[in-house]
Write a protein that binds this ligand. Structure first.
Ligand code: GLV
Ligand code: GLV
Length: 325
């Protein structure tokens, strides 16, 4: 009897190709760019030996029960794994694959772009150029000024693989001091000649606060009113990790009252934000649709890696990127 695999979305062809070449699996897929409805997902995974999922699929006890006892492996097309109930997965002895490293450069590049977009007010500028009435009228010395990186202090909250890649890139802009905090920061701090400091110090002394940590019970809601109150009024806040690290009501307050200068968010809670969400009414808040890893080549490699992880799990052999927990 063939082993069954369920893929929860249309993914880059590199991934699907690997699975079909293997030829010994019954591959079912939600073949759409739009998310699979929960009921279809629960039906789709029934009896599956392997699931290839996305960060937008909630992998919880209900889903694991729906899949049943065949399930050997879950492979997520993401580096983040906060969408999966790891304790439930562990209890059932299921292996997990994910996609670290291959998306580090793309995510760091996007984070730098987002930081610059928020600090130099690019979306506002683009809007002004397009306005038929009352928009851009002349080069003006005091108009659309923002904040520059040269000579600044950058704070990276959560200096893991991606945080380090961001810090290295920002150094090239002439950043004077780089501050780090977080669980894994010490392992990397030397690589960019930065200073490991308590979070409070980082928040108070940085001109740019970049959040690049994973979402855990410890980091959930970490960026709250007290956090923003400690930031400089001229500072820019950037988050490309997970939206839930931020208390969005507190961020709205900080941005709308001038407690901080601007924010750039690639991630929010929920995703997408409702289009009438208060954060979307603010000129000093740049919100992107979670596109950190979205380059053609990176998504291709992620699809390949997640297919290889899935195959390793099905065959009971090594997975190129297995999450050990
Ligand atoms: C993106 O957010 C990822 O976790 O890969
Ligand atoms: C700007 O365009 C300048 O010439 O200073």
């Amino acid at each position: 009897k063939l082993m069954k695999v369920f893929i929860t979305r249309r993914i880059p062809p590199e991934g699907a190709k690997l699975l079909s070449q293997a030829g010994v699996y019954e591959v079912a897929q939600w073949d759409s760019d739009e998310p699979v409805p929960r009921a279809e997902l629960l039906k789709g995974v029934e009896g599956a030996h392997g699931i290839l999922c996305l960060l937008s699929d909630k992998i919880d006890a209900e889903l694991l029960d729906a899949a049943g006892p065949n399930l050997k492996v879950i492979s997520t097309l993401s580096v983040g794994f906060d969408h999966m109930a790891m304790d439930e997965i562990k209890k059932r002895g299921i292996r997990v694959g994910y996609t670290p490293d291959v998306l580090t450069d793309a995510t760091a590049e996007l984070t730098v772009a987002l930081l610059l977009a928020a600090a130099r007010r690019l979306p506002e500028g683009v809007e002004e150029v397009k306005k038929s009435v009352g928009g851009w009228s002349s080069w003006k010395p005091l108009w659309l000024c923002g904040y520059g990186l040269s000579g600044s202090t950058v704070g990276v909250v959560g200096l893991g693989r991606i945080g380090l890649a961001i810090a290295k890139r920002l150094k090239a802009f002439g950043v004077k001091r780089t501050l780090y905090s977080g669980r894994t920061a010490k392992a990397y701090a030397g690589e960019v000649g930065g200073e490991f400091v308590p979070l409070d110090t980082l928040v108070a002394e940085s001109d740019f606060v970049v959040v690049s940590c994973s979402l855990t019970p410890d980091t959930k809601g970490m960026c709250d009113q007290a956090f923003f109150n400690k930031m400089k009024k001229t500072a820019v806040f950037v988050n490309s990790s997970r939206g839930t690290v931020v208390n969005q009501e507190d961020l709205y307050q900080a941005l709308s009252t001038g407690q901080i200068a601007a924010a750039g968010l690639d991630v929010t809670t929920p995703e997408p934000l409702p289009t009438d969400h208060p954060l979307l009414t603010l000129k000093n808040c740049v919100v992107l649709p979670h596109i950190g890893s979205a380059t053609y080549s990176t998504r291709g490699v992620m699809a390949e890696l997640s297919a290889q992880n899935l195959l390793g799990g099905l065959q009971g052999t090594d997975m190129p990127s297995e999450l050990t927990f």
